[in-house]
Write a protein that binds this ligand. Structure first.
Ligand code: FAD
Length: 291
């Protein structure tokens, strides 16, 4: 099933993101955890693509396993910045052979070595080039990333939005946001997106922070604004793992309920491959998702 068809439905939905292992030694346990997460019945499961393309085989492996074992629709990620056209063409062939119809087209992060390089000769500099290629290669439903708090490399939000518009015009069917911890940032972003004439669905991405170590990583990855209410919770419960997990699940649930209450129908949760966290959030939403 294509994600655009899920997004057309009236009901509220929750979808989950999982990530593949870095090495084959971790494959069995990640297959187990991701299967467990998919069995909870999300609207779809996205499977990330390792930085630098290191886990491309595992992305497909995990995505196919989820679909075969649970029947839940899958979204396979792909990044392009460190890839040649040949590698990307090969991956697109594998997607087709695996019957995967939903693809998240990403540029990927620049490594510190890449940052100083002359990028003019690279096969791919931006995700929009990958979107164009996917669009021309088959009947894929294509997602793209967007950043309510502006992508860290952009000079300003106007420029960021113009590039986002170009990416959507290249063929994105929907967008998923970077994590955020203050819903007002998402609402004002959505307003600017619509004002810029971007009319594809925008799925908010919510990261439940369930241990204190995640805070620093999340900040480094996304530069997200952390509201005082959220930081107080980490200060108070950060050293008590069970309490922090419970507080993190409730904070994320609270964000999700607010999004639904404001008319958003699909929310994507970054599960970090933790079935208990995904299940905890779903349990808090049973009546809301059934409404
Ligand atoms: P782009 O859309 O190419 O944007 C990157 C920067 O370039 C932006 O600042 C943009 O404004 C600018 N830009 C775009 N076009 C132009 C242009 N024509 N001229 C000048 N500037 C331009 N990373 C992974 O490695 N694997 C994953 O699976 C993964 N999944 C993700 C899922 C989501 C929902 C999100 C939000 C991010 C994900 N990432 C993943 C991280 C992502 O790869 C990084 O954030 C990366 O730095 C940017 O990727 P992008 O696709 O948004 O790039």
């Amino acid at each position: 099933m294509k994600i655009t068809d899920i997004l057309k439905q009236d009901a509220c939905h929750l979808s989950f993101e999982v990530f593949p292992p870095k090495r084959s030694a971790g494959l069995d346990s990640v297959r187990g955890a991701t299967e467990e997460i998919a069995k909870l019945g999300p609207s779809f499961v996205s499977v990330t693509y390792g930085a630098g393309g290191g886990t491309s085989d595992f992305t497909l492996n995990i995505a196919k396993n989820i679909r075969e074992k649970t029947g839940v629709p899958v979204l396979a990620h792909i990044t392009c910045v460190s890839s040649s056209r040949q590698t990307v063409a090969h991956y697109i062939d594998s997607l087709k052979r695996s019957g995967i119809e939903n693809v998240m087209a990403l540029r990927g992060d620049l490594t510190p070595e890449m940052e100083g390089q002359d990028r003019s000769g690279w096969d791919y500099r931006y995700a929009s080039q990958l979107v164009e290629e996917l669009k021309a290669s088959g009947d894929f439903c294509i997602g793209g990333a967007c950043y309510p708090e502006v992508h860290p490399e952009s000079r300003n939000r106007h420029e960021d939005l113009q590039h986002l518009k170009e990416k959507v015009q290249a063929g994105c069917d929907f967008l998923t946001t970077q994590m955020f911890f203050d819903n007002d940032l998402f609402y004002s972003f959505l307003y600017r997106v619509r004002d810029a004439g971007i009319d594809v669905p925008v799925i908010p991405g919510i990261m439940p922070i369930t241990n204190a170590n995640q805070v620093e990583k999340a900040l480094k990855l996304s530069g997200s604004h952390m509201p005082i209410r959220f930081l107080s919770l980490v200060d108070r419960f950060g050293n008590e793992p069970a309490a922090m997990e419970q507080a993190g699940i409730i904070y994320a649930t609270d964000q999700i309920i607010d999004l639904y209450a404001n008319g958003i129908r699909n929310v994507h949760v970054y599960t970090m491959n933790k079935p208990a966290v995904a299940a905890g959030i779903l349990k808090n939403l049973t009546a809301i998702l059934a409404a």
